[in-house]
Design a protein around this ligand. Structure first.
Ligand SMILES: *Cc1c(COP(=O)(O)O)cnc(C)c1O
Length: 219
């Protein structure tokens, strides 16, 4: 198996071919062991992402003393908010008011949230419809525990690069629309997009956080 360090260098080089903007790499460790997660941290990766509450808590318990930021990237059920919210640095899946209300009730400090948008309109994907985005963000006005730091999307799994690019460029435009609201708790300066099969394309369209599992730590 290739080391995380070798994979990381390849990924960084691939992104450098597209942009010299620095892009944060989140190691998505949901498929891998604690040992492999440790290897990622030792390779200098500063962001760990998990998509299930149980796995998140296991990795967090083991490694929270390390200098890493913790990302929750999967669907979060409202009733599970209390188990994780004080441990999360970034939530990538805010997509309903009920979840926001639960965060508002449970969080001790402000949480950086990405609003997840279902740009590709896939039935199986979570996220709000792009036509509802601005109204949703406006409805978060006055939520003291929510900081809409950016937008997140997942592109469809396809070979059709033009289609993927359309999804990413749409999210980049939506980011500008949210910024234009000038809402104090919605600076929307970040974009969470790009996974193992499409991160170079995401880099091209303004991504600031890529979420990479398979090609970085393994599947
Ligand atoms: C699993 C997962 C990823 C990483 O997927 P890879 O294709 O293995 O890079 C990224 N984002 C989310 C939301 C995920 O669930």
């Amino acid at each position: 198996m290739r080391s995380v360090r070798e994979n990381l260098i390849d990924i960084q080089n691939n992104m450098l071919e597209v942009t010299d903007r620095p892009i944060n790499i989140i190691a998505v460790t949901k498929y891998v062991s604690k040992e492999r997660t440790k290897e990622a941290i030792e390779a200098g990766i500063g962001h760990i992402g998990e998509s299930k509450v149980h796995d998140f808590l296991a990795k967090y318990e083991q490694f929270h003393q390390h200098d890493v930021k913790w990302h929750f990237i999967g669907t979060l059920q409202s009733r599970k908010v209390k188990e994780v919210i004080s441990k999360i640095d970034y939530l990538h899946s805010l997509d309903r008011i009920k979840l926001a209300e639960e965060i508002e009730k449970r969080a001790e400090k402000q949480v950086n949230c990405f609003v997840q948008v279902n740009v590709a309109k896939e039935e199986t994907k979570q996220g709000i419809d792009e036509k509802d985005l601005l109204q949703f963000v406006q409805s978060l006005h006055g939520f003291s525990k929510i900081n809409v730091i950016g937008l997140m999307t997942m592109a469809p799994y396809t070979e059709d690069e033009k289609h993927i690019e359309k999804v990413f460029s749409t999210l980049q435009q939506l980011q500008k629309d949210v910024q234009a609201l000038k809402q104090t708790n919605a600076p929307c300066v970040e974009l969470s997009m790009g996974m193992s099969n499409d991160y170079p394309l995401a880099a091209k369209y303004g991504s600031t956080f890529v979420r990479i599992g398979s090609v970085l730590v393994g599947e």
